[in-house]
Design a protein around this ligand. Structure first.
Ligand SMILES: Nc1ncnc2c1ncn2[C@@H]1O[C@H](COP(=O)(O)OP(=O)(O)OP(=O)(O)O)[C@@H](O)[C@H]1O
Ligand SMILES: [Mg+2]
Length: 369
């Protein structure tokens, strides 16, 4: 096989038995800002004047040619090039035989941007989470401290009001933590789907019933369920989370009548079906082209999602309006739908408002899958 070192995504630098550079690929040139022409034939330490984070000269420290004859290189290290540019460096010392002299030193270089980006996104996640947890906990702490210090001075009604606030805030913290656990499972691909026979029509009616019991007027909902639904095998608790979130969003962020339609469809992966292809699907499992599926559409008559934000609604912590919650709901919804091999999309409803549609392949019971 003919591989050109310049095709490698990582920097590659090879030095021969005398320490002279014999290979210096395009990515190495880009990372170091050095021309291959001037690098070739020069001593390795001059071509790659690496220093560790304490400013020590790396090649003097490791001494591949003169050091321990049992050393075979070093794993990825964060080192500095002149000007303080960070690079991730791994090296292999190729010996003719075990403990023999070094014949070649092979060094790979990798930029740190990608790693920095994930580190930054983790740091941002932690900052956001800390912020979200702090405000309810500040209120819990404040009210309990006040109650403990001045219990006799408050009337029963005042005390009840404070305890209700504490209760609501503690509830928010509990919910947030449950959502964060879901997110960590989704992000690490560990979201388990326990498929059971699921009566989606009943689930939809139950969710609507809960909103009516909570005081929403009858006229707020229109439920339209097709008669020819295929048997659906899905994780009932998880689909409850999906329906709960979409309905809550439609009620809270939308306006007017919330319409829920349930239809049979062909699998979201079917090439003939519009929509984005599924993400973390189940290879070889449900969701094969042509397989039957169930589609649920939730639309409302509110302001909808602005066109320019549609690509962001499913990202974590995105919230558009002042009435927003934590902005984790739709991220979890998407993770759950995709873990079922399904897809979810958002668009503008014909009368305005937002329209969320998810399609689940009918799947198979866990013992057949
Ligand atoms: N039906 C809708 N109509 C208008 N805007 C919506 C609708 N559904 C969601 N949104 C917008 O998308 C944002 C993200 O929704 P998501 O469910 O992820 O978070 P949230 O509802 O704000 O908080 P959470 O669900 O975590 O309590 C919302 O803040 C809201 O601005
Ligand atoms: Mg929500």
């Amino acid at each position: 096989m003919d591989v050109n070192p310049d095709d490698l995504p990582d920097g590659l630098v090879v030095a021969d038995a005398d320490g002279a550079v014999v290979c210096f690929n395009a990515a190495a040139a880009r990372l170091t800002g050095r021309e291959p022409g001037e690098a070739l034939g020069s001593p390795l330490p001059a071509v790659l004047p690496l220093e560790d984070l304490d400013g020590r000269r790396w090649w003097q420290l490791t001494d591949p040619y003169g050091g321990l004859a049992i050393s075979n290189g070093h794993p990825e290290r964060n080192l500095l090039l002149p000007g303080g540019h960070e690079v991730l460096v791994s090296a292999r010392y190729v010996r003719a035989r075990a403990r023999g002299p070094v014949r070649r030193v092979v060094v790979t270089l990798r930029g740190t941007e990608a790693r920095r980006r994930t580190e930054r996104s983790h740091a941002e996640l932690i900052a956001t989470v800390a912020h979200e947890l702090r405000s309810p906990l500040t209120s819990v702490k404040g009210f309990t401290a006040t109650l403990l210090a001045k219990w006799e001075r408050f009337t029963d009604d005042q005390k009840r009001l404070m305890l209700q606030t504490v209760d609501a805030d503690a509830g928010r913290v509990t919910r947030l933590i449950a959502e964060l656990l879901d997110i960590s499972r989704i992000d690490s691909g560990r979201l388990e789907v326990r498929r059971q026979r699921l009566d989606i029509a009943r689930a939809v009616r139950r969710h609507v019933g809960a909103h009516l019991a909570a005081g929403e007027p009858d006229s707020r909902f229109a439920v339209d369920i097709a008669a020819d639904l295929p048997d659906l095998w899905a994780d009932p608790d998880k689909i409850d989370q999906v329906l709960g979130n979409l309905l809550e969003n439609a009620v809270r962020h939308g306006e007017g009548t919330v319409t829920i339609e349930v239809r049979s469809a062909s699998s979201p992966r079917d090439p003939g079906t519009p929509g984005t292809p599924g993400g973390a699907g189940e290879p070889g499992g449900p969701g094969e082209p042509g397989e039957k599926a169930t589609t649920v559409t939730v639309s409302d008559e509110g302001p909808g999602i602005p066109e320019e934000s549609m690509s962001r609604v499913f990202t974590r912590f995105w919230r558009g309006s002042r009435r927003g919650g934590t902005g984790l709901g739709l991220y979890i919804v998407k993770g759950i739908v995709e873990a079922h091999g399904g897809v979810i999309t958002v668009e503008r409803a014909p009368v305005g408002g937002a329209r969320f549609r998810f399609t689940l392949p009918v799947g198979a019971p866990a013992f057949l899958a």
